[in-house]
Design a protein around this ligand. Sequence first.
Ligand code: AMP
Length: 308
Amino acid sequence: MTVLIVGTIGLDTVETPFGKKEDIAGGSAVHAAVSASFYAPTAILGVAGSDFPGEHLDFLKSRNIDTRGIKIMQGQTFRWSGYYEYDMNQAHTRDTRLNVYADFDPRLPEELRGAEFVFLANLDPELQLKVLDQLKGPKLVAMDTMNFWIETKRAALHEVIKRVDVVLMNDGEARQFMETPNIPIAASRLLKLGARSVIIKKGEHGALLFRDGNHFSAPSYPQDRLRDPTGAGDSFAGGFMGYLAKTGEMSEANVRRAVIVGSVMASFNVEDFSLERMKRLKRKEILERFGEFRRFSEFEAISMAHLS
Ligand code: AMP
């Protein structure tokens, strides 16, 4: 089943302790779609400016991503500029320019209205709502956001959360949005708003799933090749949704597997800038890393005999 991804198509200027790159391919929809495309047919809805390099669109097409929903508008592409210090879990925004997104009115082509798996990637929540209005009975809708929208469009974000199945947020954003330092409390408040599942991404420290009174913790991956965390959250979401679309099954066990698939994809994405690592990624590497995640989270029981 196709995963429809709505979000930004951007050019990023990123500085990490490992270097600085200007105007590289980015945007929440792009990172998420590339990751999802390893699992299921994927389509993007978004807008790029007339300055968006054709080679990036060609790469998306080479991954069989349906780009018919990418509108090219006269003007500049969305731009984000940010930096990371030694704590690379924390992105610092220098500048956000919505550019063509300031005038974007998302219109779903007829053939995508029936999409069953939909990811509303980081985007103006008012645009996320417009997309929700056009969907015809989706099976699973997930959303993500960031501090920029929490600070400027809080009410619209509440509306989006009420209407989706899965909320993905990083730990800092969940704390900020739900106004509590406590992650389980932030998650339960998000569930009370209407989401059926909440996934809290903790950067290099793993991810937490809250669902149906259950709690699952994906382990952290000891990543010693970290170069650029930009897009990790979107790669997580793309893998999560792509895997669920491929398997079509929402049991607790399968959703947990999807959380690990998301973690695997994020762990690869951070190994290089922009989409560079994803361009080289092989399916065999995905399977191997999934196995490593499994081993990292295995432990055996203790018994009374171990206690004095
Ligand atoms: P993440 O997966 O959270 O690291 O997302 C990184 C991507 O989000 C970057 O490639 C940016 O282009 C994009 N981005 C940054 N700020 C925003 C924003 N305010 N709205 C939508 N997308 C954004």
